[in-house]
Design a binder for this molecule. Structure first.
Ligand code: KMT
Ligand code: NI
Length: 177
């Protein structure tokens, strides 16, 4: 994992690094409510099971985002993952293979880009504005975990500004409404 401020001036494709070189730490991520773990080794899935049990994530699935796995709809899918949105529940991802970027807005509405690869696990809190894209390798395999039934409804900005989960998030982390 490496996190840094996203360069919004850079007009390259969303999958390019957009790297300002301004680093962000795990502590910086915690300040916006993002949790990060590094989970490695032969018992990685057992460690996931422990976190899942503690946090009551009852369901999980595996998604592969790549042209091989998705065919013609790949480009369209990657663009839709990249539209700024929030969810009414946590977004939990464990990277099984490949890599990609999760972008989250900080309190001042600045994009923090989080490059994730195999062994990285992240939890985005309910109500945080974020987006996802593959990187230039165009391949990621991830486990998605959820508390109850899979509910992937993205609520796009700005219509989510008044959403009660957004309001709760803003109040908890002093983010920009
Ligand atoms: C999301 O929420 O954007 C996704 O599930 C993308 C695939 S998970 C790497
Ligand atoms: Ni999302």
């Amino acid at each position: 994992m490496r996190a840094y401020i996203y360069d919004t001036e850079d007009t390259a494709d969303q999958r390019a690094p957009h790297d300002t070189g301004i680093e962000k730490s795990v502590e910086d991520l915690e300040k916006v409510g993002v949790k990060y773990w590094r989970i490695e080794g032969p018992n990685d899935i057992e460690q996931i099971d422990v976190i899942a049990k503690e946090r009551q994530y009852k369901n999980r699935d595996t998604i592969v985002v790549s042209p091989e796995a998705m065919g013609e709809v790949y480009e369209e899918k990657v663009k839709s993952f990249f539209s700024e949105h929030l969810h009414e529940d946590e977004e939990i991802r464990f990277i099984l293979d490949g890599s990609g970027f999760f972008d989250v807005r900080d309190q001042g509405d600045v994009w923090i880009r989080i490059h994730m690869d195999k062994g990285d696990m992240i939890i985005l809190p309910a109500g945080i504005y974020h987006r996802f894209t593959t990187d230039e390798k165009n391949y990621i395999k991830a486990m998605r975990l959820f508390k109850e039934d899979p509910l992937w409804t993205p609520i796009n900005r700005p219509i989510a500004d008044d959403n009660k989960y957004r309001v709760e998030y803003v109040n908890s982390y002093n983010a920009t409404a």
